[in-house]
Design a binder for this molecule. Sequence first.
Ligand SMILES: CCCCC/C=C\C/C=C\C/C=C\C/C=C\CCCC(=O)SCCNC(=O)CCNC(=O)[C@H](O)C(C)(C)COP(=O)(O)OP(=O)(O)OC[C@H]1O[C@@H](n2cnc3c(N)ncnc32)[C@H](O)[C@@H]1OP(=O)(O)O
Length: 194
Amino acid sequence: MSGTSAALKPPADAVRPVRHPEAPAPGELLGAHYEHCFGCGEGQRHGLHLQARAGDGLSVTAEFTVQAAHQGAPGLAHGGILTTALDETLGSLNWLLRVIAVTGRLETDFVRPVPVDTVLHLDAEITAVHGRKIYSRATGRIGGPDGPVAVRAEALFIEVKVDHFIENGRPAEIEAAMADPDQVRRARAFEVNP
Ligand SMILES: CCCCC/C=C\C/C=C\C/C=C\C/C=C\CCCC(=O)SCCNC(=O)CCNC(=O)[C@H](O)C(C)(C)COP(=O)(O)OP(=O)(O)OC[C@H]1O[C@@H](n2cnc3c(N)ncnc32)[C@H](O)[C@@H]1OP(=O)(O)O
């Protein structure tokens, strides 16, 4: 069984966006958007440490190795962890548009169980944009980049301004982020008109 809800179908007048001229080149590692992010932060001890790489056009790839700490059932990855890896990969597509966007809706199909120690080969692409709404999809394969699909997702991200974080984040972390020139530079790299 698979399928997605109507909210994930781009409207007829949605456009296929173009890659931002200053987007990272194909093959380039994108880097973490926030060092304490559970998905990609290098400073997050319990995180997934996902490293996404720019692909051609509006696509990215990433690899994620399932650890023993990620189990749901004995020896198998927890579905929420796999969804997090998909969410993070989809979120990294923002670098290609230089737009800040947050996940509004994310639907995952779990097609095959994913054992601990498996490398999940992820790829994601933007399919359409309509106003602030960014439509995308991702797959995770096992046994190699061309192996069978284990998980796939479709998502709707919504463009926001940096104020979204400043107004909603816990003050301690926001103040620390704003005092860190690297973090400010990374946030600006997402903005169309910094
Ligand atoms: C210097 C300090 C810097 C600090 C910042 C640091 C780094 C920043 C850089 C990058 C970080 C960015 C992202 C992170 C990337 C990857 C991590 C993984 C991604 C995530 O883990 S991210 C966390 C989970 N995520 C949330 O925490 C969102 C909570 N949520 C909200 O904050 C609001 O809900 C929001 C903003 C989404 C919308 O609110 P809003 O008021 O702005 O807009 P509104 O409601 O009007 O929606 C506009 C149009 O989207 C449609 N729409 C909205 N939501 C929908 C839904 N769920 N399903 C279907 N359609 C939906 C409406 O129907 C309307 O459609 P239409 O235009 O056609 O009417």
